[in-house]
Ligand binder design. Structure first.
Ligand SMILES: Nc1nc2c(ncn2[C@@H]2O[C@H](COP(=O)(O)OP(=O)(O)OP(=O)(O)O)[C@@H](O)[C@H]2O)c(=O)[nH]1
Ligand SMILES: [Mg+2]
Length: 202
């Protein structure tokens, strides 16, 4: 196993209130807040993980879904390695807006290879009894939109949250030459000071 960690930037997009911040917080801090506030602008958290013997630092960017914060979130799309398109299964409108989120991301991210860019779709709040979007319907949308992986998640119950973020990492590793990603290497110097260095190639 390599001692160098790959830094991957993933970005959570979707309507206000679908649970983006809750998913990020569940994954990174293993907490859920039933009274969480709307995000203003963007926030990010890192989590280290190991996938197939690779050390990865997943940098999760959580954006504000409300329309009025559009100009605050779009500058942060550049440099993303994967986009997690999120809706809530009890909110049909949030599902119908997935296409708009994908378009907004493609417009502002300026990705090198739009055809191959990895997306993962998350249908959140599956713990809720009253659904407005069926799993088949969501899977059909994913098929029609580049066969992106689909996960039914609950930030509240911690259903599939880890699986969804790990799928995002796998999508990136499968889609691109990993040499492109920033490598964070940890090394110990002879005087005992721990150094973290960044380099753009190995
Ligand atoms: N039942 C249930 N409620 C959830 C779940 N995820 C989030 N919530 C609740 O839904 C509300 C909105 O969640 P947030 O995580 O703030 O939503 P958001 O997508 O970050 O919203 P913006 O920041 O406005 O874009 C909060 O009251 C959460 O507690 C879930 O999986 N199940
Ligand atoms: Mg939020």
């Amino acid at each position: 196993m390599s001692g160098k960690s790959l830094l991957l930037k993933v970005i959570l997009l979707g309507d206000g209130g679908v649970g983006k911040s809750s998913l990020m917080n569940r994954y990174v801090t293993d907490r859920f807040d039933s009274q969480s506030f709307h995000t203003i602008g963007v926030e990010f958290l890192n989590r280290d993980l190991e996938i197939d013997g690779r050390l990865v630092t997943l940098q999760i960017w959580d954006t504000a879904g409300q329309e009025r914060f559009k100009s605050l979130r779009t500058p942060f799309y550049r440099g993303a390695d994967c986009c997690l398109l999120t809706f809530a299964v009890d909110d049909l409108q949030s599902f119908q807006n997935l296409g708009c989120w994908k378009k907004e991301f493609m417009y502002y991210s300026d990705v090198r290879d739009p055809e191959r860019f990895p997306f993962v779709v998350l249908g959140n709040k599956v713990d809720k009894e009253e659904r407005e979007v069926g799993e088949d319907e969501a899977r059909a949308w994913c098929e029609e939109n580049g066969c992106c992986p689909y996960f039914e998640t609950s930030a509240k119950d911690d259903t599939n949250v880890g699986a969804a973020f790990e799928a995002a990492v796998r999508e990136v590793l499968a889609s691109e030459d990993p040499i492109d990603h920033t490598l964070l290497s940890s090394s110990i110097d002879l005087h005992g000071n721990r150094k973290v260095t960044r380099s753009s190639c190995c």
